[in-house]
Design a protein around this ligand. Structure first.
Ligand code: ADE
Ligand code: ZN
Length: 349
């Protein structure tokens, strides 16, 4: 086993950048950079209410989740054709490769697109083609997770799942996102039961802005395998114990939490406390085009703000591999790669 204490602290940023890691919480529509939004708007003849890239980017000043979602849905309005979905996902995969991401599980929101008349086929086939090319051209293992918009009804979620069934081989799980407050997990009991019956993995956003009760609901009622965000769990000791004892993964997104004012400063983030409490914490980017950073930016800025260690870097990367829905054989291979990477840093000193 490598000696993590033999890694000089000044080499930590380099180590964070090159260590192999998985990204488990990325909304692919949230990777749409302003430049690509304008390019696609022009390609598709869509009028945007912003004069240029700079004007759009300057609107990225959020006060809470809803203030962000309003812009995020407006940005997604330029996506119309299969090629648009491919181009968006491909741009993300190029960034992910630069960040040494070896596994990515991408959320997508079909209802955001079908509501505008975009066929489900264009959405899923474009994203799925990019996932295949990520594997063959960038050596990134990638899969899709279909998310239901929680501000819409459960009937609409059920219809969305049934509409996606012709492409059931193209996604591995279902998730729950959009406006959290006022839309508890229990609202989606039947659609998650149906998804489980169909053999899909289940995850849900819970405890981003919403109370610990929403995390309990996601666990006990939706029977999820991961909690997305979950940072509000810290306010409930029994819940923290449940999460730690069950090694329930949390996909935490520090730059997102900062930009959506869940924490005032990155130094106030509770990721270090949750790691110390023994939770299976992973680090992720959420909506990197909107929150000022991709996965390595999240690692680098969070480690600097919270003064985290090489041991914690190893723990986070190992957790991301453990918590992924990839085949066990791949996970074992990636764990060897992760150990070899740390070994290399320990030996050189
Ligand atoms: N959709 C995209 N990003 C989201 C977030 N951080 N929370 C809920 N829904 C989202
Ligand atoms: Zn999210």
């Amino acid at each position: 086993m490598f000696k993590v204490h033999a890694i000089p602290p000044d080499r930590l940023p380099e180590l964070l950048s090159v260590m192999p890691k998985a990204e488990l919480h990325i909304h692919i529509e949230g990777s749409l950079e302003p430049e690509l939004i304008f390019e696609l708007a022009q390609r598709n003849g869509v009028q945007l209410p912003y004069a240029d890239v700079a004007a759009l980017r300057s609107a990225y000043a959020f006060t809470n989740l809803q203030s962000f979602l309003d812009l995020y849905y407006a940005g997604a309005s330029v996506l119309l054709r299969e090629q648009d979905f491919y181009d968006m996902a491909w741009a993300y995969f190029e960034k992910a490769a630069a960040d040494h991401v070896l596994r990515a599980e991408l959320f997508f929101d079909p209802q955001t697109h079908t509501a505008r008349g975009v066929p489900t086929a264009a959405v899923i086939e474009g994203l799925s083609r990019a996932c295949r090319d990520a594997q063959s051209q960038l050596n990134i293992s990638a899969d899709l997770i279909l998310c239901f918009l929680r501000h819409l009804s459960e009937e609409e979620a059920l219809a969305t799942l049934e509409e996606a069934m012709p492409w059931r081989e193209h996604f591995i799980g279902v998730g729950l996102d959009s406006s959290e407050l006022g839309h508890p997990p229990e609202k989606f009991t039947r659609v998650f039961a149906r998804a489980r019956e169909l053999g899909f993995h289940c995850v849900a956003h819970a405890g981003e802005e919403g109370p610990p009760a929403y995390v309990w609901g996601a666990l006990d009622v939706l029977q999820v395998e991961r909690i997305d965000h979950g940072v509000q769990a810290i306010h409930d000791a029994a819940l923290m114990k449940r999460l730690a004892d069950s090694r329930m993964p949390l996909t935490v997104c520090p730059l997102s939490n900062l930009k959506l004012c869940v924490f005032k400063n990155l130094a106030d983030h509770n990721l270090g406390q949750m790691l110390d409490a023994g939770l299976c914490i992973t680090l992720n980017s959420d909506d990197p085009a909107y929150f000022g950073g991709y996965l390595n930016d999240n690692y680098l800025q969070t480690f600097a703000a919270l003064d985290l260690s090489a041991q914690q870097a190893y723990q986070l990367a190992a957790n991301s591999i453990e918590a992924s829905f990839a085949p066990e054989t791949d996970k074992r291979r990636w764990m060897h790669e992760l150990k070899a990477c740390f070994q290399g840093f320990a030996e050189q000193d």
